[in-house]
Design a protein around this ligand. Structure first.
Ligand SMILES: O=C(O)CCC(=O)C(=O)O
Length: 266
C-alpha cells in the first residue's frame, strides 16, 4: 500500500550516509550496530516519520522496534528464507512487520520474497541466533521457486505477519539498498527474547522491553535471569512437496479469526 511521499525516504538514506557504518559488508541491520546513539537515532526517525501512517491501519497495535536493513553493493547479501525472531508472546496475537524500500527496488537490488501462508504452518518460537528451521535443506529452492517476489515502489510498504517465511536474493545493483523495518506489537504484549546458547545447546527465554532492543549486544546472552530454558528440538526436514501441501491446506482451512464475520463458528 502507498503510505508516504517518496521524497521522505531521503531522510533515511541521508541518516545512514552521515552516520552509519560505511565499512559494513553484505546484509546488515542497524539493530546490530555497536553505535548505540546511531541505533537510537534511526529508531526515532522511523517512529516519528513513518510509524504513524502504519499504526493508523492497525487495530490496537503499537510500534515496538524500528531499524534499517541494508544490503551493500558487494554482492554477498543474500537473505536466506527465514522467519524473524520471536519478540513477543505470540499466544494471543502475532506481531506485524512493515518493510519498505528507501532506495529503488527491482530485480537487481532484490525484491523481498514471501512464502504465502507460512505464518500458519511453520509454528514455534524463533530464537536468536536461529535454531535450524524445518525448511533448511530446501531453503535455496524455496526462495527462488516457491516464494514470489513482491514488487514495491518508493512510498509503499508491505505488511506481514511476523511469523512469515521471507527472504531475498543478493543485491546485484551496484548500489547500496536501504529498507525500513518496523515491528508492531499488540498493545500491552509482553516483550520476549529467546537466545540460543549454542555452547550449552539450550534456548533461554527472557522478558524484555523496547529499550532492550536498542541496547543489547547482538548474539550475546542478556544479563538478566531467564524465565524459561529448553533444549532445541532438531526439526524433521520438509521437502518442497510437503511445504506445497501445507500451503494449499492453509488456504483451504483458514484459522477461525480469519473467516468472514458471517462464517464465524463459536
Ligand atoms: O531486506 C531484505 O531483503 C530482507 C530483510 C529481512 O528479511 C529481515 O531483516 O528480516
Amino acid at each position: 500500500m502507498s503510505l508516504w511521499e517518496p521524497e521522505k525516504l531521503q531522510r533515511l538514506v541521508a541518516l545512514h550516509e552521515q552516520w552509519g557504518d560505511q565499512d559494513a559488508q553484505g546484509y546488515h541491520v542497524t539493530a546490530m550496530s555497536e553505535d548505540l546513539a546511531f541505533r537510537r537515532a534511526v529508531s526515532e526517525e522511523l517512529r516519528q516519520s513513518f510509524a504513524p501512517a502504519i499504526e493508523k491501519l492497525l487495530v490496537d497495535y503499537e510500534t515496538y522496534t524500528a531499524v534499517l536493513v541494508l544490503k551493500e553493493a558487494d554482492g554477498d547479501s543474500i537473505v536466506h528464507a527465514h522467519q524473524d525472531g520471536t519478540c513477543s508472546d505470540e499466544d494471543e496475537r502475532p506481531a506485524v512487520v512493515a518493510w519498505f524500500p528507501a532506495t529503488p527496488l527491482d530485480q537487481e537490488s532484490g525484491y523481498l520474497r514471501g512464502l504465502w501462508g507460512s505464518h500458519r504452518y511453520v509454528p514455534g518460537i524463533r530464537s536468536t541466533p536461529p535454531t535450524p528451521p524445518p525448511f533448511l535443506d530446501v531453503r535455496d529452492e524455496l526462495l527462488l521457486e516457491e516464494m514470489p517476489p513482491i514488487e514495491l515502489g518508493l512510498g509503499q510498504a508491505l505488511l506481514f505477519d511476523s511469523r512469515l517465511v521471507h527472504g531475498s536474493e543478493p543485491n546485484r545493483s551496484g548500489r547500496r539498498r536501504v529498507a525500513g523495518y518496523l515491528r508492531f506489537h499488540p498493545i500491552g504484549a509482553t516483550g520476549r527474547h529467546y537466545w540460543w546458547d549454542t555452547e550449552a545447546n539450550v534456548v533461554r527465554g527472557y522478558a524484555v522491553d523496547q529499550e532492550f532492543f536498542l541496547t543489547h549486544v547482538w548474539n550475546r546472552g542478556p544479563e538478566q535471569p531467564s524465565f524459561t530454558t529448553f533444549e532445541p528440538v532438531e526439526p524433521q526436514q520438509m521437502s518442497i512437496a510437503q511445504l506445497r501441501r501445507l500451503r494449499r491446506r492453509s488456504r483451504l482451512r483458514p484459522v477461525r479469526r480469519d473467516r468472514p464475520a458471517d462464517q464465524q463458528v463459536p
